[in-house]
Write a protein that binds this ligand. Structure first.
Ligand code: 5GP
Ligand code: ZN
Length: 113
């Protein structure tokens, strides 16, 4: 088994607060939230990052974004931020592709990118 914390969450070996499960994707709460709502949307498949995507992963990445939209609706978020950190130089710490869904700020709380 690959020594990957997110694969362990997918396999149920490591606990996480999972909020959504689909065929290819799971969604769970970040252990260190950077926003009132901070969810991670990940493929069950171990893909390292956006840099390592292949042609066959095209549909998978659209599914991640579409899942983010569905989850945001369910969470009643009027607006939100989606982010991929790509590679260590892009702030990526966990080497298993994940889409950050951040939201739930009060008016005036959100700083611009
Ligand atoms: P990155 O910096 O790699 O883009 O983001 C990694 C994200 O994973 C961060 O939001 C971090 O808090 C979250 N994270 C890291 N380890 C764990 C863990 O063991 N469980 C959960 N639920 N989130 C984690
Ligand atoms: Zn993994």
């Amino acid at each position: 088994m690959i020594d990957c914390i997110f694969c362990k969450i997918v396999d149920g070996v490591t606990h996480a607060e999972i909020t959504h499960q689909a065929e290819e994707i799971i969604v769970f709460k970040s252990i260190q939230p950077r926003a009132p709502v901070h969810l991670l949307i990940i493929p069950k498949k171990h893909v390292l990052s956006i840099k390592e995507l292949t042609e066959e992963d095209r549909n998978l990445t659209s599914s991640l974004i579409y899942t983010a939209k569905e989850v945001a609706e369910r969470e009643h978020l009027p607006g939100y931020r989606l982010a991929f950190n790509v590679g260590r130089a892009g702030g990526q710490v966990i080497n298993h592709l994940h889409l950050h869904l951040l939201g739930g700020w009060k008016d005036g709380e959100l700083t611009e990118v």
